[in-house]
Design a protein around this ligand. Structure first.
Ligand code: FAD
Length: 423
């Protein structure tokens, strides 16, 4: 993630307007939730929800997990049922791309030139996959995974005996690897760093996932820097590494991280870092404009720093912050950030963030795939990574929120319950 940018003091409060006209840019998890929460909190003014995708707001997590494996249907993805937006007077406009924000005229400009006035704007434009700046990245069979259309392409390309090269050993890459194995594909994961999940997990968890995938037939190669994608006709045929070796494949999934969709905010002159800079009420440097979800560079009060999070709980928390602020409600209490990932029969739940830990405590039995790693600093829990260990996740989350000191020996001892550790 990019450099830390300090913006921990609140931006100036919103200008009071009763029941303002709200326009939301981006009909994803954050935007869809904000629209629903505004109504739930009693907002009676007009709400327009603009999304460039052809689908109403849907959940992305199943696209690499249950949906990809065929265990969930398309209808299970939608945030709200048929008719919700009409019933609640939310003007949902799909396949509608916003081209610009005209701050001086308080309007957004749509593709085609139509102008929509706003009194409050919520920017919920999300993020997009990083592209590989490599020869062959445009070949047929080189895929990415962010939206439902990407997922359709991936699903139709997978099947028994298909050879998939996953470029990037992050969460999305590993989830796709697990799902592809369930569909009978042969899978190689190529990670440039020397462990899986290098940016987002501790060493112990990385090692565990590497062994777990390996035991299920996934060939995980570390230190594997991709130099080029090789073709057969117009389609991918192999991935060439910088050490000169080649891995033959029928398709490649590029999962090398995401970048925030910042262009609208930058062109409109909003303060930005590695995301649109917001305060604890999701307000940007313009008091009439909020930003929520993956697109933001947000305060983390528990860690006294700014950061960009890419998770559903973050999208939900910031949607709540923006809706509460627009409705004149008190700011919600800051939450402990959390995240989950499902791979094979593993349920990974992570709470908190591991900024400069000075001690790692492992609790439970790694070999039985039921354990948690706690990242501590000055005896306080910064982060817990819990594998099939919901009590450890819940207990850890509580400890992080309380900034409570713990006894590392008791924390490591599974005979002492998490309740007792947290007491
Ligand atoms: P999005 O959901 O991406 O929505 C942004 C929307 O804005 C998009 O529809 C985009 O097309 C639209 N948009 C952008 N620009 C414009 C414009 N100019 N005009 C109109 N519309 C625009 N998180 C977890 O917590 N757990 C998981 O297990 C997990 N798994 C994931 C698996 C996958 C495959 C992916 C892709 C993500 C996963 N995530 C997971 C992350 C989670 O889905 C995101 O954090 C969440 O969707 C962020 O919500 P958002 O509304 O900020 O962005």
């Amino acid at each position: 993630m990019a450099t830390v940018c300090h913006r921990l003091e609140p931006y100036s409060s919103a200008i009071p307007v009763t029941q303002p006209r709200v326009v939301i840019v981006g009909a994803g998890h954050a935007g869809g939730t904000a629209a629903a929460l505004l109504r739930q909190f009693g907002h009676e003014g007009p709400i327009t929800l603009l999304g460039e995708e052809p689908l109403p707001p849907y959940q992305r997590p199943p696209l690499s997990k249950a949906w990809l494996k065929g265990e969930a249907g398309a209808e299970d993805l939608f945030l709200k049922g048929d008719g919700f937006y009409t019933q609640h007077g939310i003007d949902l406009r799909l396949s509608t791309r916003v081209e610009a924000i005209d701050r001086s005229g308080s309007a957004v400009v749509l593709e085609g030139g139509e102008r929509l006035p706003y009194e409050r704007l919520i920017l919920a434009a999300g993020a997009r996959p990083r592209r590989l700046p490599l020869p062959g990245a445009e070949l047929e069979g080189v895929l990415e995974l962010r939206n439902a259309a990407d997922a359709e392409r991936l699903k139709s390309a997978l099947g028994p005996g298909r050879r998939l090269a996953v470029i990037g050993g992050g969460y999305i890459g590993l989830e796709v690897a697990a799902s592809a194995r369930a569909l009978g594909a042969e899978v190689v994961v190529l990670e440039r760093e020397h462990r899986l999940l290098p940016r987002v997990a501790g060493q112990d968890l990385s090692g565990f996932f590497c062994a777990y995938h390996g035991a299920r037939g996934v060939d995980c190669r570390m230190g594997a820097a991709v130099a080029a994608l090789e073709r057969s006709g117009g389609a991918i045929a192999a991935v060439r590494l910088s050490n000169g070796s080649s891995i033959d494949c029928d398709l490649a999934l590029v999962g090398v991280g995401a970048q925030p969709n910042l262009e609208l905010a930058q062109a409109a002159g909003l303060d930005c870092a590695d995301g649109v800079i917001v305060d604890i009420e999701a307000r940007t440097s313009d008091p009439a404009i909020y930003a929520i979800g993956d697109v933001t560079w947000r305060p983390l009060p528990l860690y006294d720093r700014m950061f960009r999070l890419e998770s559903v709980p973050n999208a939900l928390e910031q949607a709540r912050q923006a809706a509460a602020s627009i409705c004149g409600r008190p700011a919600p209490v800051p939450e402990v950030p959390w995240f989950w990932s499902d791979q094979y029969d593993l349920k990974l739940q992570i709470a908190g963030l591991s900024f400069d830990p000075d001690r790692i405590v492992i609790r439970g039995d790694v070999s039985s795939a039921r354990f948690a790693t706690f990242h501590l600093k000055d005896r306080r829990v910064l982060c817990v990574e819990a594998v099939n260990a919901p009590a450890e996740f819940m207990g850890g989350r509580l400890l992080i929120g309380r900034r409570a000191e713990v006894d590392p020996e008791r924390l490591a001892d599974s005979a002492v319950s998490m309740k007792e550790v947290a007491a």
